[in-house]
Design a protein around this ligand. Sequence first.
Ligand code: SAM
Length: 189
Amino acid sequence: MSRFDLDALTWDEKPRRVELAKTVVKNIVPYINNTQKILEFGCGTGLVGLNIAPFVNELIGIDTSKEMVKKFNEKANKLNLNAKAYQKDTFEIDEKFDVVVSSMTLHHIKDINKLSKKLYEITDICFLADLEKEDGSFHTRGNGDVYHFGFSLEELEEYFNDWEIEYKTIHKIKKHKDFPVFLAILRKN
Ligand SMILES: C[S@@+](CC[C@H](N)C(=O)[O-])C[C@H]1O[C@@H](n2cnc3c(N)ncnc32)[C@H](O)[C@@H]1O
C-alpha cells in the first residue's frame, strides 16, 4: 500500500488542499468548454477534476493509487458527474485528449522529459499546477516520493522545450511558511 493509498481516506479533510484545488479550477475554467474530453493525471480524490467535470463533456482521471481512484469514483457517482477515474500510470496513456490538467503531481514524477514527450503525443494544451521552487521543507513527513523541490519557469522551459509556456503564480499554500504555487499553461510550439 502506497503513502497515497493511506492518505486517500482523509485527503479531503485538509482545508488547504480544498482551497488550492478551488483556485486551480477557477484559473482553468475560462479556457475549457462543454465539448471537450479532458484527462487529469494524478487526479487523487478529484478535488480538481470533479470540479472541472461540470464544465466539460467528459473528465477522465488517472492515478497510480488504487484508494485515490476509489474515492474519486465514489464522489463522481454520488454527484452524478460524467467523470471516471482509473488506476494507471501517466506513462500508460495512449489515447488523445482535448486538454490535460494536473495539480500537485509533477513533483512526484521522476522523469519530466519523458512526461513532456508523453503529453506532446496525447494533447495540444496542458494546465499544470505545482509548487514553485522550494527548499525541500514542504513535505513535512519526508521526501521519499518527491523527485523535485518545485519548479522554476527556467526548469520547465528546459523540460518542456517543445511547448510554449505561460507561467503564473496563482496561490500560496500556508504551512510553516508560504509555498507559492504556479499554473503553467503549455501549448504546442
Ligand atoms: C499530491 S497528490 C495530488 C492529488 C490531487 N491532484 C489533488 O490536488 O488533490 C499526487 C497524486 O499523484 C499520484 N501520482 C504520482 N505519480 C503518478 C503517476 N506517475 N501517474 C499517475 N498518478 C501519479 C499520487 O498517487 C497522488 O494521488
